[in-house]
Structures are given as C-alpha cells and as structure tokens.
Design a binder for this molecule. Sequence first.
Ligand code: ASP
Length: 340
Amino acid sequence: MRILPLCLLALAMTANAQSHDPAPPSGRTALVIHGGAGFVPKESLSAADQKEIRETLGRALDAGNSVLRSGGAAIDAVEASIRVLEESPRFNAGKGAVFNAKGGHELDAAIMEGHTRRAGAVAGVTTVRSPIRLARAVMEHSPHVMLAGAGAEAFADTQKDIERVPNSWFDTPMRRRQLEEAQRKEATQKTAVIAGDDGNVRRYLGTVGAVALDRAGHIAAGTSTGGMTNKRWGRIGDSPIIGAGTWADERCGVSGTGWGEYYIRANAARDICARVEYRGDSLEAAANEVINKVIPAMGGDGGAIALDRDGNIAMPFNSGSMFRAWVRPDGSRGVAIHED
Ligand code: ASP
C-alpha cells in the first residue's frame, strides 16, 4: 500500500517533468539569418560575388546551427552566426562596414533574448571588432540596455573579451567607392545622399541579422550594421533600437534590414511580433503586412527575417533582394539572394 502511492508519485513526477518540459524533440530547432536587403539587380552581382556571398551565408548558418543542434542556447546561436558575418568584408557589419560622411565607421548592434526579455545594444562604436559581442556584454554585464559612442567604448574598456581595432581596420575599397559615389552625387544635386542612393537604385545591402529557436523553445534575435553610407551627425539607425530593428519575445523574433528611419517610426520588429501576440496573426501574415504594406505606405523599404516558436520562418522584403539563409525544424535549409 505504501509502495503504490510512491510509484504513482514517481509516475506523476515523470509525467509532470515531460509536460512541463518545453523542450521540443531534438531537431525542432530553427535558424534564419540575413545579410541585408537592398536593390541589387541580378546582373550587377557577378557569379563569383554570388558564390562568395552564398558561401559566407552558409558558413554563418552552420556556425549558429551547430550551436542549436548540440543543444545550445538561441542567444549563442545568434551571436555565432552574426560574428561570422561581421568578420566578412562582404557585409555592412564589422569588417566591411559602410563609411560615414567623415570617412570613418560607426557601428550599431543589438541582441535580445525572448523568454527573459533581456536585451543589449550599442550604437556608434568605432573600435569594437565585434559589435554584437559588445551588445551582448551590455546585456549580461551592465545594468543598462543601450550604450552609445564614447560611453560604449568606455564600457568596452572594462570588458576582458572585447577585441579592439583601429577604426581603419573596418575599411574596404568597395565601401570607400560607395562613399565617394554618394558624396559626388551629393555635390552635384546639392541635397543629402545617404545609403549610396544611386538615382532610382538604393543599395542598402550588407546589414546582418539572425533569429534562432533552440531546443528549449527559446527565441533570440540580433542585428549588426555599419548603418548607412554617408551618414552624419551621429545618426543611429533601427538596428540597435529594441523594437525597431531587433526584437525577441516568447513567441516571435525579428531582425530587420532596410531604411532605418522608417523602421524606427514603424517600430517594425515589435509590430510584427505584436501582430502575432495580440491578433493571433500567423508569422507570415504579420511579417508580410509590416514589410510589404506598413513600411512602403510610409515611404520606406527593406526586409526582415522572422521566426516563431513553432519554427515557422518568414523572410519578406520589398527591395528586390535580401541576402538570407535558413534552416527549418525538419533540417531543410536554403540560401537565397533574389526572389528565387
Ligand atoms: N537598417 C540599417 C540602418 O538603417 C541599414 C540596413 O539595414 O541596411 O542603419
């Protein structure tokens, strides 16, 4: 008589542990990354460029995915993927960041963990090799969410594992050409030109981001960028602003890319997840509505990657192209640039 209740208790505890364990079966992880949205006609990217971009996206996906597949946390996967892209001169984040109007680089990044709602962000940093790493340090080792400029650099000085580089380390010839082109155009047309605005063709490509779902069912999102070419006056875009370019909560995560001023005013990343939360919209419908209706109706453009706790992935963009790669819960994966 005394054994039976104990057995029942043990059974109940096992059942309880299972029913309260949010861990989806192994393999139910998901990851989506982007390397920026923009207006890049197919013919303007050589086969070699495309190959290199796809390979780098694939490596970034592998870096994050191996964290997830080995049972690691979504936040670690996001950081792992973004760090690969920050190190590549191909993307407008870390090495390869665009130039500001003074010929230097000011980098922005944010990271957010959905189930805890912890977040960290840095804006206008100039010597931090991996801005996403510093954003995470803000989240984990400071009482604040967002640090900017000299203050962020001073905080970086207090952190052991934050690698520093001279600002010129971020230089690349391609970004220098884009700055020169923007400034030439500005001089002729006498109005401000940002983002390498080239007549009808705006090219934003290169901001990077990642959103991950781990085995515990937790979501994290992150974004890292050099911002927009020829920016001035300490301009800060949407990427490091929680809710604008980066957001994660218990059910949804987003990283945006595009004309940041519009993403800030639309509170774009949070708006996508709020539609999922309040209206019960599917992730796909919510992301499409914000990227293909709300932002363009305001006059902006760009794209976003989004992921929900069921591992659904949405990757809408209204800019003709968005570098992106994904791996779904069933293990299927892809890399794409245009509508393909
Ligand atoms: N959203 C970024 C910014 O405005 C740029 C981009 O995504 O390409 O700084």
